[in-house]
Write a new protein. Structure first.
Length: 451
């Protein structure tokens, strides 16, 4: 039965998985060691038997018996088998009774049972031997007793098994510790997300001084929460702005309609009240539309539809659009458009940004003054500048005018959303908006499109 606590279940599952992985790794390592040990032992035997065959092949026939006896005398551990046979298979000399039959089609070395003649009390013995022909028609049998080798391998096997037991215990312990740590980290994420869902957007995941992969994930989650908190704050700010900015016009509109209904005596006066109310309603709808437009631009979803744009042509179109407005207000509009390289963006949004800058310059510049629009190439970028002959925005207010509903001057019509819209378009295109250090000029700086 698994425990009811999810964290305990996760600890058991992850700890068990890690422990199983480490145990399998230990078993594979032990198996590889065992195979290499066996292969090394067999290779040593093969090399020793091949050396005997080469030695006796080079030894004259008359000296082979003497050399064989000398080698058996030096074998103090009695682990070697050596014998010489003539062409008919009769034993010439050695420490076994008869010649074994080699397997057909097999390798030169093979395992067989021998009858030793110089091992008291032992009638049969298992050995690894090889039969090699010698010059003169004789055959040499050379081999090794496998009893001692098998005993050594059994000792090595027992040592491996004994060594694996504490390894298994360590693997289980380490697995449970690692599983508990992982479960604790995941549980910390769960607790933070629960508090975030409950409304506490300031919650963040802890990150250690020496971050691991989970800390990197926690860092990304914290960045996501920062973005989420910022977006929620923006939404709340928009709601507060709408409530604050619409309350006064709606109150004024209600009072006007109420007074008109009370004081109007005929259809003409009622019509005048209705016309004035429609004007107020259109202004309110314009505020809401501008706010929705800014919110749409801040989502940055239109970047996928960007295409090459000629900013010189966009600036020229904006000049043509605002030339009648400038004439109506007694302002001279001078457009010095020079060819520039293409930039990547949305032409309809960029003309909207330049148009807003033009509208501000015509509206807030001195009456009878001049508004200038220029385009020029600067290094790898394109600069569009809109300037008027006014004093410009004070340095202390340049960040404030980018905020929604902020109005630096109250003597002109507007709700304070024009530069907010420009800022949203500039940020969406990853352009730069720069105010001149002196005078009234705003520049839109765009990087040239990479080819």
């Amino acid at each position: 039965m698994f425990p009811a606590d999810p964290r305990a279940r996760a600890t058991l599952r992850w700890g068990g998985a890690i422990a199983a992985l480490m145990i399998v790794q230990s078993l594979v390592a032990a198996a590889i060691f065992w195979a290499l040990l066996n292969a090394s032992h067999a290779r040593d035997l093969e090399q020793s038997m091949a050396s005997d065959c080469r030695f006796f092949a080079l030894t004259p026939i008359g000296e082979r018996t003497e050399e064989l006896r000398e080698m058996l005398t030096r074998d103090i551990h009695r682990e070697r088998f050596l014998a010489l046979f003539d062409a008919s298979g009769r034993l010439i000399d050695g420490n076994i009774a008869d010649r074994p039959v080699a397997p057909a089609g097999g390798s030169r070395a093979f395992t067989t049972t021998l009858t030793p003649t110089e091992l008291p009390g032992k009638q049969r013995d298992v050995a690894r031997v090889t039969l090699c022909p010698l010059p003169g028609g004789q055959q040499l049998l050379t081999g090794f007793d496998l009893d001692d080798a098998e005993e050594a391998l059994r000792i090595a096997e027992h040592a491996l098994l004994i060594g694996l037991l504490p390894g298994f215990a360590l693997a289980i312990g380490f697995g449970l510790i690692a599983g508990r740590r992982a479960a604790r980290q995941v549980d910390a994420v769960r607790q933070v997300t629960e508090r975030v869902v409950a409304g506490n957007l300031a919650e963040r995941l802890p990150i250690s001084h020496r971050p691991d992969s989970f800390d990197l994930l926690s860092s990304h989650i914290n960045t996501m929460l920062d973005r989420l908190q910022s977006l929620v704050a923006d939404v709340r700010a928009v709601g507060d702005d709408i409530a604050h900015q619409l309350r006064t016009p709606l109150t004024r509109l209600r009072a006007r309609i109420e007074r008109g209904m009370r004081e109007a005596d005929d259809a003409r006066e009622f019509q005048a009240v209705a016309d004035a109310a429609l004007v107020e309603i259109d202004q309110l709808l314009g505020i809401v539309a501008a706010l929705l437009r800014i919110r749409e631009l801040e989502d940055h979803e239109r970047r996928s539809r960007f295409a090459p744009v000629d900013l010189a042509q966009v600036a020229a179109d904006a000049c043509d659009l605002y030339r009648p407005t400038a004439e109506d207000r007694g302002v001279r509009l001078h457009c010095a458009i020079t060819p520039v390289t293409m930039v990547e963006g949305d032409a309809s949004l960029l003309i909207e940004a330049i148009a807003n800058l033009l509208d501000n310059a015509i509206k807030f510049g001195p009456k009878g003054g001049c508004v200038t629009v220029t385009t020029r190439q600067s290094g790898d970028g394109v600069i569009v500048t809109v300037a008027d002959e006014g004093a410009g925005i004070p340095p202390g207010e340049r960040d404030l005018v980018m905020q929604r509903f902020y109005r630096g001057r109250r003597d002109c019509h507007g709700v304070g959303l024009g530069l907010s819209l420009v800022r949203a378009i500039v940020d969406m295109h990853r352009f730069t908006l720069r105010f001149a250090d002196h005078g009234s000029a705003v520049s839109l700086i765009a990087p040239a499109m990479l080819t």
